[in-house]
Design a protein around this ligand. Structure first.
Ligand SMILES: Cc1cc2nc3c(=O)[nH]c(=O)nc-3n(C[C@H](O)[C@H](O)[C@H](O)COP(=O)(O)O)c2cc1C
Length: 385
């Protein structure tokens, strides 16, 4: 019998054993020497929170509203492409988990199920993430599809103007469509649980595909590692005119960029360094969060991701100015470890931790988490009595 998962670290270890090396490295890996990926988490760990006492925190509520949508918790699932390579039907598992918890699943342009099927399974708890690929027609078509499918929010990812160098993918010769050499066959054969499940899925539904491309009417093919550099300032302006609903710009770290994005009329900034998968020399995501919050003031919602591995870290991001937090690899480790059940374990774990930490900070309502939950806020104002 498969044991319940009690931490993201444990999920990561189990996913590492269960998945072929090539698949695990694709999700776990990052750019360059991969130092930013861990620096993201370490920088959040360095933040200290201030416990408050003598407050009745028995009844706590994590629900909140972001961009006009009521959510069951202040966190959701970050956009991730090609998730079916981690486990069959991963996108459907995430969509149902999002609906059950009333949290948003960000659906990548490169998702393994079509954007229409995902929002249906997510019962509306899905935001669409756009990559502005080589083809202008494809970008237009996919935005129209997101409008027709009634996505409540659109995320434009802007931090992939060129593909980064990811050493592990190069070492594994990871290609899309998959390359079938001796090395890959050996990797799959020595990970039978994944291979049998994936083979069974392939026999009924075909090979894992980037379904938004496969279902596109204009025939654009997904090219892994292609430039998404069509997303420039003019593109953003045009998109703002085209998409009437909430527009979020993802992959922003510089305050000057954030201010210009705000002036173009985007509704939220999504502070992210792509989990260290793009510019390895970039600042940690949590440092950029404080920097951008200071520059932009309280006038605009900030979504945050990068290195979140537990519920305590969710609370830290909120205290440092995030309005909403996204979980990336943490959920994929859960899926890699034990499919839908591993995913549920991780989401429940993070929710329980976040709620407990909120109580220890003296709060019963997540909307009240702010800078005064940071230890630093109190310690620098100490009154000697
Ligand atoms: C396997 C994988 C695929 C990803 N695909 C996308 C994508 O298609 N679009 C996007 O905007 N970000 C993508 N990202 C970045 C995530 O949205 C998110 O920014 C990052 O994972 C957060 O860092 P964390 O994994 O350390 O939490 C991907 C990340 C991973 C791990």
């Amino acid at each position: 019998m498969f044991k319940q998962i009690y931490s993201v670290q444990e999920a990561r270890q189990r996913a590492k054993q269960r998945l072929p090396k090539m698949m695990f490295d694709f999700l776990d890996g990052a750019a360059g020497d991969e130092s930013l990926k861990d620096a993201n988490t370490n920088a959040i760990d360095a933040v200290r929170l201030m416990p408050r006492v003598l407050i009745d925190v028995a009844d706590r509520d994590l629900s909140m509203t972001i961009l006009g949508q009521k959510m069951g918790a202040p966190y959701g699932i970050a956009p991730m492409g090609m998730c079916a390579l981690t486990w069959p039907k991963a996108d459907y598992h995430m969509a149902r988990a999002a609906a059950q918890r009333q949290i948003p699943l960000c659906v990548s342009t490169a998702s393994s199920a079509s954007l229409e099927k995902i929002i249906e399974n997510a019962e509306g708890y899905a935001w669409f993430q756009l990559y502005a690929d080589q083809s202008a027609e494809f970008a237009d078509e996919i935005v129209d599809r997101a409008i027709a499918a009634k996505y409540p929010a659109l995320i434009l990812t802007v931090d992939v103007p060129i593909p980064s160098v990811r050493v592990r993918d190069l070492q594994n010769d990871f290609k899309y469509p998959l390359k079938w050499g001796l090395k890959q066959v050996w990797d799959f054969t020595t990970h039978p649980t994944w291979s049998i499940s994936t083979l069974a899925e392939c026999l009924s539904n075909g090979l894992p595909r980037t379904m938004n491309y496969s279902t596109s009417k204009n025939g654009t093919k997904f090219v892994r590692g292609a430039s998404r550099g069509r997303a420039n300032w003019t593109f953003l302006q045009t998109l703002r005119d085209r998409w009437q609903g909430p527009l979020i710009v993802k992959g922003v770290q510089c305050a000057d960029d954030a201010l210009q994005i705000k002036s173009i009329g985007a509704d939220a900034i999504y502070v992210s360094n792509h989990g260290g998968r793009q510019l390895n020399a970039a600042p940690t995501s949590i440092d950029s969060l404080s920097h951008i919050r200071n520059a932009i003031g309280n006038s605009m919602p900030l979504v945050f991701d990068g290195g979140i591995r537990n519920g305590e870290q969710v609370m830290k991001a909120l205290a440092l100015g995030a309005d909403f937090v996204m979980l990336g690899r943490s959920v994929m480790y859960g899926i890699g470890a034990n499919g839908a059940s591993g995913l549920s374990d991780i989401l429940d774990l993070i929710g329980n931790e976040a709620s407990a930490v909120m109580g220890l900070l003296g709060h019963t309502n997540v909307n009240n988490i702010a800078q005064d939950s940071l230890a630093e806020t109190h310690m620098k104002n100490t009154i000697v009595g």
